[in-house]
Design a protein around this ligand. Sequence first.
Ligand code: 5GP
Ligand code: ZN
Length: 114
Amino acid sequence: MSDDNCVFCKIVGGELEAEILRDEDGVLAFRDINGRAPVHVLVIPKEHVSSLAGIGKVPDGVTKRIFEVAQDVAESEGIAKSGYAFRINNGPDAGQEVFHLHAHVMGGERVRMP
Ligand code: 5GP
Ligand code: ZN
């Protein structure tokens, strides 16, 4: 299911443009519109799940692919060796703004929490 009001569902559906780096069964990776590191990519399940509270609905293979695609993108962006943050902001206290589960891949400079 997709959510009509969700920006990431719109990107999945092609209604909203994004610089897509990987497009495969169940998983999409695209550049963050407001990159806060030299490399800032979002990796998402194509299926709408608002947060980790819904992780049980994501097929195991898709969850695993999110990790693998993150590493794959890091390699092709040239930051796999220098390192990168793989991060999920989950809920208000983490500053989650888009309620479609997504992992940030950030690198190309020293990335610190928060
Ligand atoms: P959150 O704080 O929810 O973990 O991060 C949401 C991220 O989505 C932010 O880094 C923000 O810049 C990015 N974002 C929000 N809207 C869009 C959009 O329409 N396109 C793209 N490519 N990124 C978006
Ligand atoms: Zn969505």
